[in-house]
Design a binder for this molecule. Structure first.
Ligand code: FAD
Length: 414
């Protein structure tokens, strides 16, 4: 792989950009790999990357039924933060946030990490108490967050309507190093680095069956033929239950649509990310100038990768109260993804009842921010059989009642 650098840009500028090589190869699958990762979203690609980089396991294929990053990874609103309440969550999300800080250098690919600051507004007394509790927990966990008053909120977000009308802004949980990154670039950067390590990324290849023998994985059936493996990582977000069924076990996952939308581009007017969980909406401004808006999930299960209209209407209406200037904006486009929700709103990184099969799912509405940490922990779990970061996120917690309840700290949960 030729490294990207200022010298490479200058060299290519001199020869009409004719010398750039493809970012990743498109190989035909081999008959057998040591590890197969199903799903070329951020979590699958990061799992493969850290397997190779940290553990030296490079006989790896990442199999994707569509195109890489075409699932939730390329559909999210790119919020990155680690201000969770429970210790296991704070540890894995902060590991991810810390890895994001140096990810562009690590991957030699600009993922446009922008730690512009993130505010979760407190708009009821109950919410204020909840967020102050999270700030105290974060302090013990070594995560830099603070509670700020309404005057400071107004300073950071001049376009905000502090006074209401329905819900005045009473303050905010502020994480100064939270922010955003370019979601496609995260997938592309990991893919390029995996390909450079000799791993095969196989797109347009759907896994249609999982072969097991004597309780152990043997391989997968795909639209490009049978492929054998020693270990199988199932990292398919909203389709996790479908794949678990192929292997003969069940997952405590519900798949629902979550959507987002963007306005026409306008001049820079907001350089932080703001989440207003009482009214169930959040907003940031993209580098292009669009206001990026999202809200809650649909209240019913489905696999259609689009959301229902009432969310667009209700969320926009609620945010207009908090940011009156957006009332005059035209909304340009809207899209949806299928998110994988667990009952305690925490992920699953786990071995399964089938030897050699591992699952990484349940990130729900908030798994973009965790991609590097999740991949790091999942690779460790697969290579060593144990990962301190993943230890509490096993499947057995649902049987044993050891839930990691993040339904409050997660708020709208992005
Ligand atoms: C609208 C929206 C907004 C969001 N906003 C945020 C946010 O601001 N911040 C945040 O942290 N998170 C956010 N999220 C959540 C985040 O996007 C996801 O948690 C994360 O991207 C999940 O990544 P993944 O790699 O697990 O899944 P995905 O990116 O969905 O990848 C899974 C892949 O598996 C493939 N696959 C499925 N079945 C098969 C099969 N049988 N064979 C082969 N391949 C298969 C799919 O095609 C897909 O590409 C948002 C999600 C949505 C939908």
């Amino acid at each position: 792989m030729k490294r990207y650098s200022i010298f490479a840009v200058a060299r290519e500028a001199m020869r009409y950009h004719a010398g750039w090589e493809r970012a990743w190869r498109s190989p035909t699958p081999k008959k057998r790999y040591k590890v197969i990762v199903v799903g070329a979203g951020g979590h699958g690609l990061a799992t493969a990357y850290y397997l190779g980089k940290v553990h030296g396991i490079r006989d790896v294929a990442v199999i994707e039924k569509g195109w890489l990053g075409g699932g939730n990874t390329g559909r999210n609103t790119t919020i990155i933060r680690s201000n969770y309440l429970q210790d296991p969550s704070a540890a894995i999300y902060e590991k991810a946030r810390a890895l994001y800080e140096g990810l562009s250098q690590d991957l030699n690919y600009n993922v446009m990490f922008s730690p512009r600051g993130l505010l979760m507004l407190g708009q009821t007394e109950h919410e204020v108490r909840g967020y102050k509790r999270t700030v105290h927990a974060n302090r013990l966990q070594g995560i830099a967050t603070e509670w700020i008053g309404p005057e400071r909120v107004k300073e950071l977000v001049p376009i905000i309507n502090i006074a209401g009308p329905r819900y005045p802004v009473l303050g905010a949980l502020y994480q100064a190093r939270g922010g955003t990154a370019r979601h496609d670039a995260v997938a592309w950067g990991y893919a390029r680095a995996c390909s450079a390590m000799g791993m095969d990324i196989i797109q347009k290849c759907e896994v249609t069956g999982i072969r097991t023998e004597g309780g152990k994985v043997q391989g997968v059936s795909t639209t490009q033929g049978e492929i054998d493996c020693e270990q199988l990582a199932v990292v398919v977000a909203g389709h996790s239950s479908v794949m678990a069924e192929m292997a003969g076990f069940r997952l405590p996952i519900e798949s629902v649509a979550l959507q987002a939308w963007v306005s026409e581009p306008i001049k820079p007017c907001m350089d932080v990310v703001v989440m207003a969980n009482t009214v169930h909406g959040y907003m940031s401004q993209s580098d292009k100038g669009e206001m990026v808006i999202g809200g809650g999930t649909d209240g019913f299960n489905n696999y259609t990768q689009r959301g229902s209209w009432h969310h667009v209407e209700e969320t926009t209406r609620a945010l207009v109260e908090t940011f009156p200037i957006i009332s005059r904006l035209k909304m340009l486009r809207q899209w949806g993804g299928i998110v994988d929700m667990t009952g305690d709103r925490s992920p699953i990184l786990s071995k399964t009842p089938v030897e050699g099969i591992f699952v990484n799912c349940g990130w729900g509405t908030g798994g973009f921010k965790s991609i590097p940490g999740s991949g790091y922990a999942m690779a460790e779990l697969m290579a060593r059989g144990h990962s301190p970061l993943a230890a509490e996120f096993g499947l057995e917690r649902f049987r044993e009642g050891r839930f990691i309840d993040e339904s409050v700290a997660a708020g709208v949960a992005h």
